[in-house]
Design a protein around this ligand. Structure first.
Ligand code: PEP
Ligand code: MG
Length: 761
């Protein structure tokens, strides 16, 4: 895709008009950098403004670098390339900025990936206003036309910024007369924390500790204890059930594949005569309704929490939810406020179904404390667009529920009781991402390199609700449907019929394009809470994926039958995860053939000739890939696991993540062998791992002949953008060169990657 200079200049023209409606200069500038980055197809865009009195430039808006530096990064006139551009009032364009002796390295800003650099001064008359900068990982990315376009934009920005500065001065005066913010009671070392980003997005809301002390039934209640009557209790009971039923219906409509019966336990407990019946009896004996609810709910919470049975222990949270809901509904004027609406949930432990409940109750974000974010929790949060950060600091679990928390899922940062400035900055960021989200998506779904090699960019789908995004970004199909999600969030194995409905809906919604359905991939860190798993010392080396399916043939058969039935009259691709040998594949195929015989015999409509593929994710599969591809109809490379198993690095262990090096020469060579085998056998091969959306590694995949990529739906525009700037002939040469390198450090040098030093013990 070409850079859109004309369109860019027009958009900035419109932005000038938009500024009148913007809430602040920062908001406007943040929108501006997003629009410039988008149209210039640049990974980074920044605006620095010049403070004449101090002779310093301040970073005011940025996309692509560490946002913590916004408002904090200051450069003297003449300092670094940015300062020089303004001092000398000339554009500076560098193919590889770090090579320029004037380049100033700012630790922590995350600039190291970005080689190409272009800065133009923003000037009004003779007045220095600031600097506009774009950066990109691809060397020599910017040309003379880009410089001209950026200069045109800078000229337009100049006048807007000048007006805005006047307004800002006015706001400063107002702020200085505004009342002081309320006193903060949070320990200073808890004010700002850095965690691990799990799911993107920003959430600002009241902290709510999930699964806090077991007998804590937190009540937000100001009415006196005896304020309610038996009639209030009856109404509360009735309304609580109606609300839960409505919530269940809504979730089933929104998440047809995974939300089945998530509130069923709530409703069952609510109706139980030992629960609501016991409350009613207490009230009849003279207890005020509020006390009766608290007493019985607390008894249940204690009972469940002490249970040996993990399935009962899981219900503690449900009872707390119920208790709170009943208390709230006592009030005659109670609204159906969702339990967690607008809240930032802080949890020590969480089940996949908890995430669904939190989303149903409109939680704003999730902070998982003390590890334990298994990959399905992370994937669920991302799929449900729930911003989420993981952090070690357990003190957060003691946070008072009167404090606000700001969680930045993009950066993995947390602000406890954020200052008004921080809140405003994030409100602006949210506004900006809304504005950027409305940027129109290109008409066509075709993706190609700059020299015309067609590449399919498909979507990895975990839940059917994500198909909407895949369609919006014009995915060329579903390259990986992770069928385990309906299994993970339920309390029991879904029936063949339930699975059939889910797969049929998936195929219906993607009609006309390929859908590759993967059979169950559980085990590892994707455990089924209802399946008595053997206690494995090394679950990733244990009963995982296809091994599980081949061990439990009835579960496998049920799933395959559902897939085969759903595929009737459609194109049907089924693939097996974690195939370790040709024999594995042949065994799995035999089960498919047996299912086909059964369905034929029963005269049940089905697809009689599905295409069967193998995922190549293990070194053993790479070693026999020629024989494997001879048997399979297609191959799919699961890059995430391939790296894990080739390098023997647990992909979920943050402590050794510096060993998880996707560009290790061993990985590059393994990928090349897989691609070669598939090309020689003239069988399709796709790649579906995180590597495909990494701009540093994508050229290699294309260069070795991969023509199908499957990525998280939100990554599709980014990947298509990267592809459009890629020259296939060059990518081939480059890949051939990378394959000659034997050391990680050599590959890093060739790809322009700087890795942080390995932490010493
Ligand atoms: C992979 O391993 O790369 C892959 C796509 O599968 P998953 O991430 O579901 O293991
Ligand atoms: Mg995998």
């Amino acid at each position: 895709m070409a850079k859109e200079h004309v369109e860019l200049i027009c958009s900035i023209g419109e932005l000038a008009g938009l500024f009148q409606k913007s809430t602040s200069l920062e908001n406007f500038l943040q929108t501006a950098v997003s629009v410039v980055a988008y149209h210039m197809r640049a990974a980074v865009c920044s605006v620095y403004l010049y403070e004449e009195e101090l002779g310093e430039l301040v970073l005011h808006a940025n996309q692509g670098l560490n946002p913590d530096y916004i408002g904090r990064l200051r450069l003297k006139l003449g300092e670094g390339l940015v300062g020089t551009a303004l001092k000398e009032l000339r554009p500076i364009r560098e193919g590889s900025a770090p090579r320029n002796p004037r380049f100033k390295h700012i630790p922590g800003i995350n600039e190291e990936y970005f080689q190409a650099f272009l800065a133009v001064p923003i000037v009004r008359g003779l007045t220095r206003v600031g600097v506009l900068v774009v950066q990109d990982p691809v060397q020599d990315y910017f040309d003379q036309n880009d410089t001209r376009a950026l200069q045109a934009i800078a000229a337009q920005l100049a006048s807007v910024i000048e007006n805005a500065k006047l307004l800002m001065a006015l706001h400063r005066m107002e702020a200085s007369t505004a009342p002081a913010p309320p006193a903060v009671t949070v320990a200073p070392d808890l004010k700002f924390l850095r965690g691990l980003s799990v799911s993107p997005g920003i959430a600002l809301g009241r902290a709510t500790v999930f699964g806090g002390p077991d007998d804590d039934l937190h009540i937000e209640e100001s009415a006196p204890a005896g304020a309610y009557s038996r009639a209030d209790f009856d109404r509360s009971l009735h309304n609580t059930e109606a609300q839960l039923t409505a919530l269940q219906t809504q979730m089933e409509e929104r998440l047809e594949d995974v939300a089945s019966m998530i509130f069923s336990a709530h409703i069952l407990i609510l109706r139980d005569s030992m629960f609501s019946g016991a409350m009613a009896r207490l009230i009849e004996q003279g207890s005020p309704p509020r006390e009766a609810i608290v007493q019985i709910a607390t008894d249940y919470i204690r009972l469940f929490a002490a249970s040996e049975n993990p399935r009962l222990r899981e219900k503690v949270q449900d009872v707390k939810d119920l208790g709170r809901r009943l208390l709230r509904n006592l009030r005659p004027d109670a609204k159906d406020a969702a339990d967690h609406a607008g809240r930032v949930i802080i949890a020590g432990e969480l089940l996949p179904s908890d995430i669904l409940k939190l989303v149903a109750q409109r939680a704003a974000g999730l902070l998982l404390v003390g590890g334990g974010a298994t990959s399905h929790i992370a994937i669920l949060a991302r799929s449900l667009q729930l911003p989420m950060v993981m952090i070690e600091n357990r003190a957060l679990l003691d946070l008072h529920e009167t404090v606000d928390v700001l969680l930045d899922g993009d950066q993995g940062t947390i602000y406890v009781d954020p200052t008004p400035e921080v809140r405003q900055r994030y409100r602006d960021l949210q506004q900006t991402s809304r504005e950027v989200a409305s940027i129109p998506i290109p008409e066509s779904d075709a993706s190609a390199t700059s020299d015309g090699e067609r590449i399919d960019v498909m979507a990895n789908i975990n839940m059917l609700s994500e198909l909407k995004i895949a369609h919006r970004f014009r995915a060329a199909g579903v390259g990986l449907y992770r069928s385990e999600f309906p299994f993970i969030v339920r309390n029991d194995f879904p029936s063949e019929e339930e699975q059939y409905r889910i797969y049929r809906s998936l195929l219906d919604q993607m009609q006309g394009s390929d859908v590759i359905m993967r059979t169950l991939d559980v085990g590892g860190d994707k455990m089924l809470s209802y399946f008595p798993s053997v206690n494995e010392a090394n679950p990733f080396l244990g009963l995982r994926a296809l091994r599980f399916s081949l061990r439990y043939k009835d579960i496998f058969t049920r799933q395959l039958r559902a897939m085969l039935r759903a595929g009737e009259g459609r194109a049907l691709h089924i693939m097996f995860p974690l195939v370790s040998s040709v024999d594995d594949f042949v065994d799995a195929r035999a089960v498919v053939r047996e299912c086909l015989r059964q369905l034929e015999h029963e005269r049940t409509p089905h697809h009689a000739t599905p295409r069967l593929g193998a995922m190549v994710e293990m070194p053993s599969a790479v070693e026999v890939v020629t024989e494997l591809v001879a048997e399979a109809d297609f191959l799919s490379i699961g890059g995430n696991d391939l790296v894990q198993y080739v390098l023997a690095v647990d992909r979920t262990n943050a402590q050794i993540s510096d060993h998880y090096v996707a560009y290790h020469p061993a990985i590059l060579r393994a990928l090349k062998r897989i691609a070669d085998a598939a090309l020689a056998a003239r069988k399709p091969v796709s790649f579906c791992g995180e590597m495909a959306s990494d701009p540093r590694l994508l050229p290699f995949l294309i260069g070795i002949g991969i023509r199908r990529l499957s990525v998280e739906p939100r990554q599709i525009p980014n990947v298509r953008q990267q592809l459009a700037r890629l020259n296939y002939a060059e990518a081939r040469t480059r890949a051939a060169f990378l394959l000659t390198l034997g050391r990680i450090s050599e590959v890093e040098q060739a790809l322009g990657i700087t890795r942080p030093a390995t932490p010493a013990a």
